[in-house]
Design a protein around this ligand. Sequence first.
Ligand code: FES
Length: 132
Amino acid sequence: MELILDHFENPRNYGSLESADVMQEGGNPGCGDIIQVFLKVSSVGVVNEISFSGEGCMLSQAGASIVLENLKGKTIDELEGISADIVLKALGKKLVSTRPNCARLGFNTMKKAVKEWQKLQALSEIQDSKNG
Ligand code: FES
């Protein structure tokens, strides 16, 4: 609980990233809480910057801070391969099983951001091949 409180009060990597390549919004329809995840990705697919912002319950916001904290420097492919087990490991089975939607909001939004980046990348490759 101390960890949750610490991350809620001092969220890591918090705030919008002006130079982001992708901004992805995710929400929990049950309560209306939202999170935005920002990724800045290098030309070889390394996530150089990751941040989030949002409004919601303590677990959703602290959970996003905790789960996203160690993802900087990984590749898009690595993020695509990460399973939801990292949420379990970071937040503990009890919390995740009692409030799964809150606990996974940041993680799920990060996954959507990865998909969005891949989509944008594929589109730009198609565009390049047309122009080339
Ligand atoms: Fe809305 Fe937790 S109550 S995400």
